[in-house]
Design a protein around this ligand. Structure first.
Ligand SMILES: [Zn+2]
Length: 162
């Protein structure tokens, strides 16, 4: 998001040359730069000890494809804490640790997605109301069920070494 108005005082922003950053929206009244803003979220591949990954159906996201666990980072939370919280909320599983894999800018939604990998013990899911269904899929079979070129697809392929 590029600021047209200052979020602090409501004044219309101007642009100012800010060193290596180039032209940046600026509030002359507050005398501060207003860098383009984006939200930060996590996406994680949830793996079990059998080499399978949990794929979810969330009809409000897509009825055509499966998705991975994802969610926004709350203020005061580390990205790793978000991963563990979201795995618990969406699948009802306890992830022990979150391993950072790669980050993915998602410009359409003004978002930076931090891609993780987590491992859990294979168990039945206890799904949140936001998840319509979930299943364990062999890691190598998972990309075919994800939207080609999408962030989940790229993350799973990265982890599978494809
Ligand atoms: Zn201002």
């Amino acid at each position: 998001m590029r600021f047209k108005y200052c979020p602090f005082c409501g004044e219309e922003t101007t642009e100012r040359q800010l060193g290596d950053e180039g032209m940046v929206p600026y509030c002359t009244k507050c005398d501060r730069p207003l860098f383009d803003m984006f939200s930060t979220s996590i996406i994680t591949a949830v793996l079990n000890e059998c080499g399978e990954v949990a794929l979810l159906r969330q009809n409000y996201v897509s009825t055509a494809n499966y998705v991975c666990v994802a969610g926004y980072i709350k203020p005061g939370e580390s990205a790793e804490e978000t991963v563990i919280r979201e795995v618990k909320e969406e699948l009802g599983l306890d992830a022990e640790a979150a391993e950072f894999i790669k980050s993915y800018p998602y410009e359409k939604k003004d978002m930076l997605m931090l891609g993780f990998k987590t491992t859990v013990k294979k168990k039945d899911f206890t799904l949140s109301g936001e998840v319509d269904s979930a299943e364990w899929v062999k890691l190598e079979d998972a990309p075919a069920l994800l939207r080609e070129g999408g962030i989940a697809w790229r993350l799973v392929r990265e982890i599978a070494g494809m």
